[in-house]
Write a protein that binds this ligand. Structure first.
Ligand SMILES: [Ca+2]
Length: 188
């Protein structure tokens, strides 16, 4: 009898925890620090995110450097097919107003931020792309906090020799695995 009572208490406790955590998940969407990410970068290296905004949604992104690194932020209205940053620094295209909606290239501050409201009625439900660049004093890590759910975005491979190289390496890897398997089969 006592055993079943304690079982019921345990079950009730578990239910309570479940209820409470689901409440916490609902409330999280209104939290200004709803999405967070942290990542280490080398100087002139970058990381990209994609975010979906509806008309009149506001996106607030804050990036803080962990050490002394100088990070910059760029928000694009179209899907980036290039990084516009290399070992030589920025390509001027990175601030082209045709695709770059907002950017923060302030120097000498551990904080970078973007505050953007999707107010163009021609684009009521659009994807926007955020690029975080370590501009100076790397390597360093950043901490990103955003009020919207974000996902990582990777620049697609441009068809051409990189694809050929990938296919070549894949075939080579399969070949090596096959060869080693055959070798071990002969041994046994
Ligand atoms: Ca900066």
């Amino acid at each position: 009898m006592r055993r079943t009572t304690s079982k019921y208490i345990l079950l009730a406790g578990a239910l309570l925890v479940l209820l409470f955590s689901s409440f916490a998940a609902v409330n999280a969407s209104e939290d200004p620090e709803y999405y967070t990410d942290s990542f280490p970068l080398q100087t002139f290296d970058f990381r990209m995110y994609v975010v979906s905004l509806q008309l009149n949604d506001t996106l607030i992104v804050n990036v803080t450097s962990v050490a002394d690194g100088d990070f910059d932020l760029f928000l694009f209205s179209t899907r980036p097919m290039e990084a516009y940053v290399s070992r030589d620094g920025y390509d001027s295209e990175i601030t082209n107003p045709e695709r770059t909606l907002e950017y923060d290239v302030t120097q000498g501050s551990p904080f970078s931020s973007i505050n953007f409201t999707a107010d163009n009625p021609d684009y009521p439900n659009e994807l926007y792309y955020l690029q975080v660049v370590l501009y100076d004093r790397g390597p360093d890590s950043y901490i990103l906090e955003a009020n919207q759910e974000m996902e990582l975005y990777f620049i697609p491979f441009i068809p051409g020799y990189p694809i050929l190289a990938i296919v070549g390496v894949s075939f080579l890897t399969i070949g090596v695995i096959f060869f080693q398997k055959k070798k071990s089969m002969i041994k046994h």
